[in-house]
Design a protein around this ligand. Structure first.
Ligand code: ADP
Ligand code: ASP
Ligand code: MG
Length: 411
């Protein structure tokens, strides 16, 4: 008998039929004698629908009211799922985030979980009930409703599993595990039997939206056994592991992540003197704009070109800030491009292999894809390219690193 925390995403609870199917699945686990705590998302499309309703009323609604609004999606699914369970003779209780007492900070729309009161949940489990908790939401110390950022139900699931010391946190979604890259983009993508937390964190940070970044951080920090599986079909899914496997033939690259949400800005002809980088970047961060990749290059005429990337939504605001900075610094010009994408290869195997980056650049060159920016870390290489080449680049890299042949033999 085990305690499982299971999270079901939007597509998995996207209709009454799907909710009934989840209840059937939960019944099977319950019949086997397991204890279950379930975190659910809103029905697919619901959070987007609520956001667009808000935009119809006010262009920039207050984050506090946004949270009151978007948290309602999950409240619908917890109640419907409990009804479906009770119909099957399984006692169940639904709770919103604030009823459980998922305590968060007050950063509306991107709050962080600080503490979870597990007493009530444990009481229900002791009574043989299935506990169904609304994902994506909590409440701050003053009782204001908060939400955890898009995809935040993953983090609710993992945080509940950590607080309850569950045997496993199982993320049920619409694909049967973590793949070498998004299977909706590359047909030959393969399911990975395992992936390390470190790699999963890089994949999530670099744009793979299968798990919210914070859920992976949380799972790594609290050593929560984490598995991604399909709610539509049976299978072992993908286990996110702490240890690197000591297999003889470790793949150099485990996966490819990509992100279309990027835009690039360059200040040309900045005087090459100390303090320039901070003079450019401080006003950008003061405007609440997050900067991703940064490249600075010195030209022969004692000036530098300073390039960085931001989220595409922040492009216009960043350009405005830079124009003011450029005038002040007597720089030549500000240029930008919001039709770019970032493609990254990720793998702990890179640590012990030379030539990974050059193999990547070679594969892109063979397809005639120009690299605009490069950044590397111990376990990843990222490049910025024109957005129109994104899918071609991902496919070319998938083949170049032999990911079409990844061994996915079941345990
Ligand atoms: P849920 O609604 O269950 O939270 P998401 O849409 O957030 O589901 O995440 C699942 C989706 O993540 C898949 O449908 C798939 O298109 C996408 N995805 C992106 N990268 C990967 C990857 N490397 N492996 C598997 N799925 C991926
Ligand atoms: N419903 C929220 C969203 O669409 C949270 C989640 O699904 O994880 O982002
Ligand atoms: Mg998700």
């Amino acid at each position: 008998m085990a305690l499982y925390v299971q999270k079901y995403g939007g597509t998995s609870v996207g209709s009454v039929e799907r909710i009934e199917a989840v209840a059937d699945k939960l019944k099977k686990f319950k019949d086997q004698g397991h204890d279950l705590v379930v975190a659910v998302s809103a029905m697919s499309g619901e959070t987007n629908r609520l956001i667009s309703l808000a935009k119809e009323v006010q262009e920039t609604p207050s984050p506090r009211e946004m949270d009151v609004l978007v948290s309602t999606g999950e409240q619908v699914t917890i109640a419907l799922l409990c009804m479906a369970l009770e119909k099957r003779g399984i006692p169940a209780r639904s709770y919103t985030g604030s009823q459980v007492r998922i305590l968060t900070d007050s950063a509306h729309t991107k709050a962080r979980i600080q503490d979870i009161d597990v007493e009530r949940i444990q009481g229900d489990l002791a009574q043989g009930r299935v506990v169904v908790v609304a994902g994506f939401q909590g409440a701050d110390a003053e009782g204001n409703i908060t939400t955890l950022g898009r995809g935040g139900s993953d983090t609710t699931g993992v945080a509940l599993a950590a607080a309850l010391k569950a045997d496993e946190c199982q993320i049920y979604t619409d694909v049967d595990g973590v793949y070498t890259t998004d299977p909706r983009v590359v047909e030959g993508a393969c399911r990975l039997e395992r992936i390390t937390f470190e790699e999963m964190l890089e994949m999530a940070s670099l744009g793979s939206k299968i798990l919210q970044i914070r859920s992976v951080e949380f799972a790594g920090k609290y050593k929560v056994p984490l598995r991604v599986l399909s709610s539509f079909e049976e299978g072992p899914g993908t286990l996110i592991t702490i240890e690197e496997e000591e297999t003889v033939e470790k793949p150099v690259i485990s996966g490819i992540a990509f992100n279309r949400d990027e835009a690039k800005l360059t200040v040309l002809g900045v005087p090459d003197i100390p303090g320039v980088a901070s003079k450019i970047l401080v006003p950008v961060s003061d405007a609440n704009i997050e900067v991703d990749m940064i490249v600075q290059n010195i030209a022969a005429d004692q000036t530098t070109d300073f390039t960085f990337t931001v989220h595409r939504n922040d492009y216009n605001k960043a350009e405005e800030v830079l124009r003011a900075v450029a005038t002040e610094l007597e720089a030549r010009e500000v240029v930008g491009n919001n039709k770019i994408a970032k493609v990254s290869i990720v793998g702990v195997g890179m640590r012990s292999h030379a030539g990974v980056a050059s193999k990547m650049f070679d594969a892109l060159a063979k397809e005639g894809i120009n690299i605009q920016m490069i950044s590397t870390s111990e376990i990843k290489v990222s490049v910025v390219i024109a957005e129109k080449y994104l899918e071609l680049a991902v496919r070319a890299l998938h083949s170049a690193f032999d990911l079409d042949k990844v061994d996915t033999v079941s345990e």
